[in-house]
Design a protein around this ligand. Structure first.
Ligand SMILES: *[C@@H]1O[C@H](CO)[C@@H](O)[C@H](O)[C@H]1NC(C)=O
Ligand SMILES: *[C@@H]1O[C@H](CO)[C@@H](O)[C@H](O)[C@H]1NC(C)=O
Ligand SMILES: *[C@@H]1O[C@H](CO)[C@@H](O)[C@H](O)[C@H]1NC(C)=O
Ligand SMILES: *[C@@H]1O[C@H](CO)[C@@H](O)[C@H](O)[C@H]1NC(C)=O
Ligand SMILES: *[C@@H]1O[C@H](CO)[C@@H](O)[C@H](O)[C@H]1NC(C)=O
Ligand SMILES: *[C@@H]1O[C@H](CO)[C@@H](O)[C@H](O)[C@H]1NC(C)=O
Ligand SMILES: *[C@@H]1O[C@H](CO)[C@@H](O)[C@H](O)[C@H]1NC(C)=O
Length: 352
């Protein structure tokens, strides 16, 4: 049993991030690595034994023309999977994310009112990203708040009065549409309550008819697509960013974690005692969760005038003409910070 487990784990992975340039594998061996145009990196995977645990199982629906990837555990369409920070911009605030489609919440006076559906992913290792998403609501006499986060109150107000002081030219600044960034962190359910801006309407049971709706949306997607907020009223879904981590609740994922954390090519983080995620260490890139294969020192970070000497997780550049003198230590201040942070997190939170 023990031997079996060790062999299984050794087979699955480890070794992780490659030095740059080569194209490292992203999925487990003998597993599909894409669904349509979307790459599916491990711990996500399609088919038996290709994903880490049920939360990372991907279904690929190819009926109806274009292929669509789903997180089967939550029945959500996946649009993007982000597994490690950019090799050119490694930073220890990195948190892995997926971009998924979630339903817009409509009040009862909307055309799509019957389709009001709460997104509730509590119990999963996914959270709505507080930094990547923004909250938007559309409607008149509208005070929209995220439900179920008491004692916190989070939301925004919009109105359609002609004499309103808000700048009507700026989208979602309060005229018929409002926006609030800095949404609460770690929320796992999204439902919205719609009230009146005029409190006496609510108190006296005056029902202001008119469609109000609200959604969380990925800010990068919003900037790139600039949808007219009032046209969104006829959509069902919008893309939202979820942060994710891996549960270490069984031997399999704990062993996986121990192997990863002992690799110098990856740095692992622990949002809490039950979960972890990893990133490539500075100098490495690829999928931190799969075997890297080749490990060539074919990297040249230093440009043509310098020789590059790869070290584990970094590189040292030597001036060609005077080899004795080291001029740049490619990994210096950043890596030190990274490792200090890593160690601090490690001692504070780790459970083995
Ligand atoms: C796959 O997509 C088609 C068309 O979009 C849909 O009718 C079908 O229900 C989907 N199947 C699954 C398993 O989601
Ligand atoms: C996330 O991954 C997608 C590809 O799936 C990429 O286009 C996008 O830029 C990435 N976003 C971030 C924030 O790294
Ligand atoms: C919303 O739900 C109604 C009935 O509940 C259905 O007729 C309609 O097709 C749904 N809208 C969309 C866009 O699926
Ligand atoms: C989400 O589901 C959990 C348990 O399944 C429940 O306790 C919680 O109230 C739900 N949240 C919302 C906003 O529906
Ligand atoms: C998600 O939120 C829960 C609390 O609701 C927190 O314990 C967990 O660490 C968060 N997970 C991630 C991946 O941030
Ligand atoms: C609020 O609504 C009440 C009726 O419910 C109305 O008499 C009052 O003028 C409204 N106040 C404002 C500021 O619009
Ligand atoms: C998990 O590991 C512990 C100690 O390492 C062991 O006692 C236990 O039997 C293992 N459980 C399974 C299901 O392998």
């Amino acid at each position: 049993m023990a031997v079996h487990l060790v062999i299984r784990i050794a087979f699955i992975l480890l070794l992780t991030c490659e030095l740059a340039e080569a194209t490292p594998p992203i999925a487990k061996p003998n597993c599909r690595s894409s669904c349509g145009h979307l790459q599916i990196p491990y711990p996500f995977g399609i088919g038996p034994d290709c994903y880490l645990d049920k939360w990372f199982e991907i279904g690929c629906n190819t009926t109806g023309g274009s292929a669509k990837a789903f997180l089967t555990s939550m029945n959500m369409e996946v649009r993007q999977i982000n597994i490690s920070s950019s090799p050119l911009n490694r930073h220890y605030s990195f948190v892995p994310t997926v971009q998924v489609q979630i339903p817009i919440i409509y009040s009862k006076f909307c055309q799509l009112a019957g389709n009001h559906s709460v997104t509730n992913i509590s119990g999963s290792p996914f959270n709505f990203s507080a930094s990547d998403n923004t909250f938007i609501s559309v409607g008149c006499d509208n005070f929209a708040t995220i439900a179920g986060i008491f004692p916190k109150v989070f939301g925004c107000k919009s109105d359609c009065k002609r004499d309103s002081k808000v700048d009507k030219e700026v989208t979602c600044s309060g005229f018929n549409c409002c926006e609030s960034t800095n949404i609460p962190s770690n929320i796992q359910a999204f439902d919205v309550e719609f009230r009146s801006v005029n409190e006496s309407n609510d108190r006296e049971g005056v029902v202001v008819k008119g469609c109000k709706y609200a959604f969380l949306v990925d800010q990068v997607w919003l900037k790139e697509n600039k949808p007219d907020p009032s046209s969104v009223q006829y959509w069902e879904y919008v893309p939202v960013a979820l942060e994710w981590a891996i549960f270490q609740r069984n031997n399999h994922s704990r062993e996986f974690f121990n192997l990863l954390k002992n690799s110098r090519k990856v740095c692992c983080f622990y949002p809490d005692v039950y979960t972890f995620y990893c990133d490539c260490a500075p100098g490495y890139r690829g999928n931190p969760y799969v075997e890297g294969g080749r490990e060539d020192n074919d990297l040249n970070h230093c440009g043509n005038k310098l020789d590059c000497e790869n070290t584990d997780g970094g590189y040292i550049c030597n001036k060609r003409k005077s080899k004795s003198k080291k001029v740049i230590i490619g990994m210096s201040p950043y890596l030190l910070n990274y490792q200090n942070k890593y160690k601090t997190k490690n001692t504070n939170h780790i459970v083995t």
